[in-house]
Write a protein that binds this ligand. Structure first.
Ligand SMILES: [Zn+2]
Ligand SMILES: [Zn+2]
Length: 141
């Protein structure tokens, strides 16, 4: 267990894994329902995060948090100020931290770097084994 500062209310609390205290978790769960219901009721036409915050009374950082966590998806999210942007290419996105393109890029670069370091090593042992065999010949009486 570790005492950390809640990301939302800055209160210190005992954390198992979350960065948000239990009080804020409860609040966020309630806010999540409000925002989700609002999105369901307004699925026609564009909606902006500012509008959602205004209409539901839920703070904008909480809405953004829910979107980044992938709990909320606003399919008809309006771009521009207050919209959720891809952390890499800054394109407007509906949910999460990155757009599909960047997610794919990151996934493939992770695969490349993980695979790139491994194949180099199995190639080394054979020459070493030869050298040992050669050395063995020299030390033999
Ligand atoms: Zn808190
Ligand atoms: Zn992107």
């Amino acid at each position: 267990m570790a005492i950390i500062q809640c990301k939302m209310c800055r209160k210190l609390f005992d954390s198992l894994s979350s960065k948000i205290c239990p009080d804020c978790h409860k609040k966020i769960d309630l806010d999540f329902i409000k925002v989700r219901d609002y999105i369901y009721d307004h699925d026609e036409g564009k909606i902006s995060i500012d509008k959602v915050a205004e209409e539901t009374g839920v703070e904008k950082p909480i809405i953004l948090h829910l979107l980044r966590e992938g709990r909320l998806i606003i399919n008809n999210l309006e771009g521009g100020e207050g919209a959720l942007l891809c952390e890499i290419c800054k394109k407007p996105i509906n949910t999460g931290r990155m757009c599909k393109n960047c997610q794919d890029k990151v996934a493939s670069s992770v695969q490349k770097s993980a695979g790139g370091s491994k194949p180099a090593e199995p190639d080394k042992p054979p020459p070493q084994a030869d050298a040992k065999r050669g050395g063995g010949m020299h030390t033999r009486r």
